[in-house]
Design a protein around this ligand. Structure first.
Ligand SMILES: C[S@@+](CC[C@H](N)C(=O)[O-])C[C@H]1O[C@@H](n2cnc3c(N)ncnc32)[C@H](O)[C@@H]1O
Length: 703
């Protein structure tokens, strides 16, 4: 039989496509496997590294049914090849070794044995631990050398490329058949109940499924559907839980249960409109049931949030704990819509005029693991994405529509084949890298100087992902647990495209654009980047040189309360003025001067330490100007509260604006300008709401 080697797979390093000269025998394989099993750490704390796919070796998931494939024996597997159009039917003849994946020894109908490694199975899947004796079909298998001579294995990366076969499946050859382990539907139901009691939920679902297949008695099936629905709810397989709940309807007195479970499942999917309809029906059938009343009220509250954008932010903040970061809240998206963007592909647009400070949208994470260890955050999100796409196929639509950076899709992703959703893990990773956000547990907490930096998790917010980047963005995001809160940094017109900063922008244009190019594959065309591109290279080099010099002089450290010698302040001031002069008027008119932010901030802090209040005012105004805000000469009368609305369209909002306005207020107060001082505080409070997403006291910044 000829083996098809997919030509697109040339990237796999050992892609020789040759039949191995020798394979390990069944005895050799089993012996080594047993020694691995003995060493296996089965404790719940044993490390289970999540494998992240390497994009260079990407290959598409099979979207063919196993029934369309030519079943081949293990001896026809070619090293380094993807066997397109072929399939395997094999039985696990060993307990699995569970590490980054589940490794088992498998046997085909001719008694040939080989090693099978299955990656990326969710722990809700029975295949995360391939039970010994089970028969699986592997679609379009990838066979690879495992590093050592003669050591090969069948490597399953895409969870949908392996299917657990029912014991009675006619595709299983005679010699691999065990015959059904259990005969009657009642036996299967009892086995399922036992597995449930032992908390082996995937096995419980498997056995209930067998019971449903064996029996065709609707009266027997209805309670089994109800039970399977309950187990699926526990497993977070909400699509299946909802379908089971609705399938359990008989019109009898227990009908309310079907609507109750289906309503809870829809709630789990954050589909509150459907959930509300189902729970309303459940309530009409059982008006006094306290559980239904509670769920119904909860769902009504979510719908209210979705339609009004009214949130109790202090309560949300207060509910956060290290264990609990997923908030029970609806997403308010009505002010925005997805549309074609002149900047790139699709973007997000305002559906109505918004004022500076307004809530643009608030979105609950589509997927966000509670994993704030930076080294693990990416792998945790990747694993969650794979798991949820397997467990809840309805997620595939919204997630797979996201930008994938041009990944070559096979075409069948997200669709159901052989009863399972086709999940391409390389596509998942391509989408993850371009669309995920880093999020602290709470942006408010993060503004505290006492909170160590860097504890961020990674999550996916599907709606927010449509926003393109702009260095001088008109929105700003913050986080309360898994809620992303987006506010307008200035007035926005109806129909205007909404932008966010993907990451805090670096002062030097070539440095920040390299970051965008490497991370997201684009060069920024925002007002600031476009302006700076007009500046000759010699001027760019000069600014860079001066920035390096001034940072060196300041020892890259902001002054605290210590007294900085006058001479040093004068030197920094002098260099800063030179840097200021190196900003051409025609280029920088109305846009931020990012290289000046650090030195002007330093001068504010240094003069503050020496109680030079007049100088603090002067340099604080410069800080605001350097962030792109319109401020007059220090002598003119002005209203700091107006900076958000009267500064044009190229301002850059950060927590430094809040701190600067506060310091400015302090200086005005010390100089006896009480009215100006209180206006500065008001402006700082307004800015703090933009930064943290909600009304918060400025004194948080001191703790
Ligand atoms: C999260 S997606 C944003 C939505 C995307 N425009 C779409 O069509 O789905 C991120 C990708 O959008 C593109 N992008 C974002 N901001 C951009 C900008 N300012 N200029 C050009 N491309 C941009 C980049 O290709 C980036 O990898």
């Amino acid at each position: 039989m000829a083996v098809v080697i997919a030509p697109s797979m040339a990237s796999t390093k050992e892609n020789t496509g040759a039949l191995p000269k020798r394979r390990l025998t069944k005895e050799e394989l089993t012996k080594t496997h047993k020694t691995h099993l003995k060493k296996q750490d089965n404790s719940p704390h044993a490390p289970r590294p999540v494998k992240q796919p390497v994009m260079a070796d990407a290959y598409p998931a099979s979207s063919k049914s196993i029934r369309e494939l030519e079943i081949i024996p293990l001896t026809e597997l070619h090293a380094g090849a993807h066997h397109r159009g072929k399939g395997l039917v094999v039985k696990a003849i060993s307990a699995p070794f569970v590490g980054a994946g589940a490794v088992s020894i498998v046997e085909d109908e001719f008694g040939n044995a080989d090693k099978l490694a299955i990656y990326n199975q969710a722990d809700s899947s029975i295949l995360s631990g391939v039970p010994e004796g089970c028969v699986v079909a592997i679609k379009e298998p990838y066979y690879k050398n495992n590093g050592a001579q003669d050591d090969f294995m069948i490597c399953v990366d895409h969870p949908s490329d392996v299917i657990l076969l029912r014991f009675t499946d006619p595709i299983i050859p005679e010699s691999l058949r065990l015959g059904p382990l259990l005969k009657t539907a009642e036996d299967w139901k009892n086995a399922a109940d036992r597995a449930f009691i032992e908390k082996d939920f995937p096995t419980s679902v498997f056995c209930y499924t067998e019971a449903l297949e064996v029996s065709d008695d609707a009266a027997f099936q209805a309670p089994i559907y109800t039970k399977r629905s309950g187990v699926n709810l526990i497993l977070g397989r909400y699509d299946a839980a909802k379908a089971d709940a609705l399938a359990s309807r008989t019109g009898g007195p227990q009908e309310w249960k079907a609507y109750y479970n289906a309503g809870r499942a829809a709630y789990g999917l954050c589909n509150y409109t459907t959930s509300h309809t189902l729970l309303t029906t459940a309530l009409s059938l059982n008006p006094t049931h306290s559980g239904i009343k509670k769920e119904h009220a909860r769902c009504t509250a979510r719908l209210h949030e979705e339609s009004t954008g009214e949130y109790d932010f202090p309560a949300m903040q207060a509910s956060l704990t290290p264990q609990s970061v997923h908030l029970d809240r609806g997403s308010f998206l009505a002010n925005t819509r997805v549309g074609e963007s002149p900047r790139h592909g699709r973007g997000l647009f305002a559906t109505r005029a918004l004022r500076a400070g307004d809530l643009v949208f608030a979105e609950k994470a589509t997927l966000m693991p509670n994993q704030y260890e930076p080294a693990r955050a990416s792998a945790a999100l990747y694993a969650l994405m794979v798991r949820q796409l397997c467990d809840n196929p309805s997620l595939a639509g919204p997630v797979l529509r996201l930008f994938d950076g041009g990944y070559e899709r096979g075409g069948g992703e997200g669709g159901l084949v052989d009863g399972v959703p086709v999940v391409d893990v390389f596509l998942v990773e391509a989408i993850r890298t371009r669309n995920c956000f880093s999020a602290p547990r709470s942006t408010l907490e993060n503004t505290r100087p006492s909170v160590p930096e860097g504890r961020q998790c990674k999550g996916l917010w599907v709606h927010a992902s449509y926003m393109n980047h702009d260095c001088v963005a008109n929105t700003m995001r913050s986080f309360v647990g898994d809620m992303l809160v987006s506010r307008a940094t200035r007035d926005i017109e109806e129909g205007e495209e909404l932008f966010q900063q993907y990451v805090p922008v670096k002062p030097l244009p070539d440095v920040r654009n390299k970051q965008f190019k490497d991370g997201w594959g684009f060069e920024c065309g925002c007002t600031l980047c476009a302006a700076e591109r007009r500046s000759p290279e010699a001027m760019q080099a000069k600014r860079k040189e001066l920035l390096v010099a001034v940072e060196k002089l300041c020892s890259k450290k902001m002054p605290g309360r210590e007294l900085i010698p006058d001479a040093k302040i004068r030197s920094v001031d002098k260099l800063t003025r030179q840097l200021e002069e190196a900003h051409e008027k025609d280029v920088y008119e109305g846009v931020p001067r990012l290289t000046l932010i650090y030195p002007s901030n330093w001068l504010v802090a240094a003069h503050r330490g020496r109680k030079n209040h007049g100088k603090v005012v002067k340099h604080a105004m410069k800080v605001l100007r350097n962030f792109g805000f319109k401020v007059p000469d220090e002598s003119e009368v002005w209203d700091p509260r107006e900076i958000y609305t009267k500064s044009g369209n190229a301002t850059l909002m950060t927590v430094h604006i809040v701190a600067t306005l506060r310091t400015l207020g302090e200086a005005y107060e010390a100089l006896g300008h009480k009215e100006m001082a209180s206006k500065c505080v008001e402006a700082a409070e307004f800015g703090y709401r933009l930064v943290t997403g909600s009304e918060n006291e400025l004194k948080t910044l001191d703790r």
